[in-house]
Design a protein around this ligand. Structure first.
Ligand SMILES: Nc1nc2c(c(=O)[nH]1)N=C([C@H](O)[C@H](O)COP(=O)(O)OP(=O)(O)OP(=O)(O)O)CN2
Ligand SMILES: [Zn+2]
Length: 114
């Protein structure tokens, strides 16, 4: 049995995919949705990790992306590269995430597991 906490976040950002053969080579924006999962055993309070403690790590990372042009911060900011950037930032700030899903559009997402 595996128990985990999942928090959902959103941020707005623009990007350009210069390699793209279609419309995505033009600058455009997305309302990104990020799901962050942390697995573990419930502690003496019955929680794997307090939602607020997850937010404390995730919120500043997403604030650095929110309402920015992602190309200024991430090389070739596809959903894949953006999720890897977020994962590295969360890891370096000590969040023991096990699964990240980044939704770039209503129908398109990437999933990162470790
Ligand atoms: N594997 C990936 N493919 C694409 C990415 C990506 O990050 N990873 N990004 C884009 C575009 O930036 C953008 O997300 C467009 O996506 P797409 O689904 O093609 O466009 P729409 O949301 O407008 O959907 P329609 O089906 O065209 O209405 C492209 N590919
Ligand atoms: Zn796009």
């Amino acid at each position: 049995m595996r128990l985990s906490v999942v928090r959902r976040y959103s941020f707005e950002a623009a990007h350009v995919l210069s390699w793209h053969a279609g419309k995505c080579s033009r600058m455009h924006g997305h309302s990104y949705h990020l799901e962050v999962e942390v697995a573990g055993e419930p502690n003496e309070n019955g929680v794997v990790m307090d939602f607020a403690d997850v937010d404390e790590v995730v919120d500043p990372v997403l604030s650095e992306l929110d309402h920015h042009l992602l190309n200024d911060l991430i090389d070739n900011p596809t959903a894949e590269m953006t999720s890897l950037h977020i994962a590295r930032e969360l890891s370096s700030r000590g969040l023991p995430w096990c699964r990240l899903r980044l939704w770039e559009t209503d129908s398109g997402s990437v999933l990162l597991e470790r």
